[in-house]
Design a protein. Structure first.
Lengths: 115, 115
């Protein structure tokens, strides 16, 4: 079975540009979460979506936005890129409900470099 | 604000030895405590998790010990192997059907197991 897939794998942008990152969850999973992992640190929560509704938002500026589609895939958008946005962006999927509904499985991430 | 503190930052163990990583949390509302293993260039992979109704959980060579009163939990890796060399993250979340589950991660521990 396919795990969480993210695209692209690597991305290089310049300051001020915008970027769209994509995520496909594990089949049957209805919840997607996004995390930012700066080199040498633990992942930081950005957003969680369940059934296309935003369930949670972390402490990130409004330049960061996301959405979830009817097929449960998701996009993370970042506008007006800053050097500090350079990081590994991780997508995690979960069932979204039930006893084990919130166990999150991560993709390999998208490595974003802002020059 | 760091809600989950992890130590040590790095750990070197001989093959066959025991690796111990510790975490402390502040938010008493947390009720789910997973450990993730991350290899370079990969996303975090769920290793083992515990809920606060038990004090210990063992899966193969991996054991979580949980101390609710001290707000601490630890990962023990028995018979450590060179293949265990990776970065380990503890995390915590407050589960909820409607509020979702944002994982709060520790800073990570880079484990090196020497042959």
């Amino acid at each position: 079975d396919a795990g969480v897939t993210q695209s692209p794998t690597h991305l290089i942008k310049t300051r001020g540009q915008h970027v769209t990152l994509r995520c496909s969850p594990i089949s049957g999973h209805k919840s997607v979460s996004w995390y930012q992992q700066v080199l040498g640190q633990g992942p930081q929560f950005i957003f969680q979506y369940y059934e296309k509704e935003e369930r949670g938002r972390g402490n990130f500026p409004d330049r960061f936005s996301a959405r979830q589609f009817p097929n449960y895939s998701s996009e993370l958008n970042v506008n007006a890129l800053l050097l500090g946005d350079s990081a590994l962006y991780l997508c995690a999927s979960s069932l979204g409900r039930g006893q084990w509904g919130n166990i999150q499985y991560f993709g390999a991430g998208t490595r974003l470099s802002v020059l | 604000q760091q809600q989950v503190k992890q130590s040590p930052q790095s750990l070197i163990v001989q093959k066959g030895g025991i690796s111990i990583i510790n975490c402390a949390y502040e938010n008493t509302a947390f009720d789910y405590f997973p450990w993730y293993q991350q290899f370079p260039g990969k996303g975090p992979a769920l290793l083992i998790a515990i809920r606060p109704d038990v004090s210990e959980k063992k899966e193969g060579r991996f054991t979580i010990s949980f101390n609710k009163s001290a707000k601490q939990f630890s990962l023990h890796i028995m018979d450590s192997q060179p293949g265990d060399s990776a970065t380990y993250f503890c995390a915590a979340s407050k589960e909820g059907e409607t509020s979702g589950s944002r994982l709060t991660f520790g800073e990570g521990t880079q484990l090196t197991v020497n042959p």
